[in-house]
Design a protein around this ligand. Structure first.
Ligand code: ATP
Ligand code: MG
Length: 235
């Protein structure tokens, strides 16, 4: 996916102020930045929830500008929201099945794939429980499973480990690492920088709707501007 010169404003606030972005097939990218720097707004634009005032977005060389979230989804681009969003009164297996049907626009249900995903997210024993019975952290794992069931090749995750216990942070990070290893590209927004530095080969840092810096985790951790404006406050 490639995007350039993205601009979005809310009243007088420039949430995106000429932001560029790109993610290659199978890559894992971390997106950092202070509160209000425009990270969620960027994801909203790159998944079709928000149409920018200017700029362009392409996926696999096709223009995506003006397309709806469901069109992004069918093209292979999806999203895990900041607040957990599962279907509470459907079973885990039904949650996954619904994503298969909804996102792939198909009427064929691949039960084997559903079972494989339940195993992969470590929740097979709860296959027939309602999703609302799961803990918050387990619901996060289910959401990542739902992204897999949708068949997305590029997944944006907005603070996937926020509010989780250290043990759950480990489970979610390990799962994300495995998902990425299997060839799915990830863009991960996080305030827990160790998660991003552990999982991602490239890191982008935003400041006031613009790119402040990009580079490898090592470069970013030693970047003076980043240290001054962002990392000093988080570590
Ligand atoms: N729907 C909206 N209406 C008005 N202002 C908004 C809206 N969405 C975002 N903003 C403003 O745009 C700026 C960027 O917000 P955004 O949510 O993208 O930041 P963020 O980097 O995701 O922050 P956080 O780390 O707190 O989640 C902020 O100043 C925010 O107040
Ligand atoms: Mg946000």
């Amino acid at each position: 996916m490639e995007a350039a010169e993205l601009r979005v404003s809310f009243g007088g606030v420039k949430a995106l102020d000429g932001m560029d972005f790109e993610v290659h097939r199978g890559e894992a990218i971390g997106l950092l930045g202070q509160n209000g720097s425009g990270k969620t707004t960027l994801i909203n634009v790159l998944t079709g929830l928000l149409v920018p005032e200017s700029g362009f977005v392409t996926f696999c060389d096709q223009s995506m500008l003006g397309r709806k979230p469901e069109e992004y989804s069918r093209a292979g681009v999806g999203r895990v929201f900041q607040s957990v969003q599962v279907f509470p009164r459907l079973t885990l297996a039904e949650n996954l099945t619904l994503m298969q049907i909804g996102a792939q626009g198909a009427f064929k249900v691949d039960r084997d794939a559903v079972e494989r995903i339940l195993d992969r997210i470590g929740l097979a024993i709860y296959a027939n429980e309602w999703a609302q019975e799961l803990s918050y952290g387990e619901q996060r794992l289910l959401e990542i499973g739902m992204a897999l069931a949708a068949g997305w090749q590029l997944i944006f995750l907005d603070e996937p480990t926020a509010g989780l216990s250290p043990m759950m942070v480990d489970r979610v990070s390990t799962l994300l690492g495995e998902v990425n290893e299997s060839g799915v590209a990830l863009v991960i927004i996080e305030h827990q920088t160790d998660v991003v530095f552990g999982l991602c080969e490239r890191v982008w840092v935003m400041d006031q709707g613009r790119l402040l810096a990009k580079g490898t985790p090592d470069e970013i951790q030693h970047n003076e501007q980043v240290l001054e404006s962002y990392l000093a406050g988080t570590q």
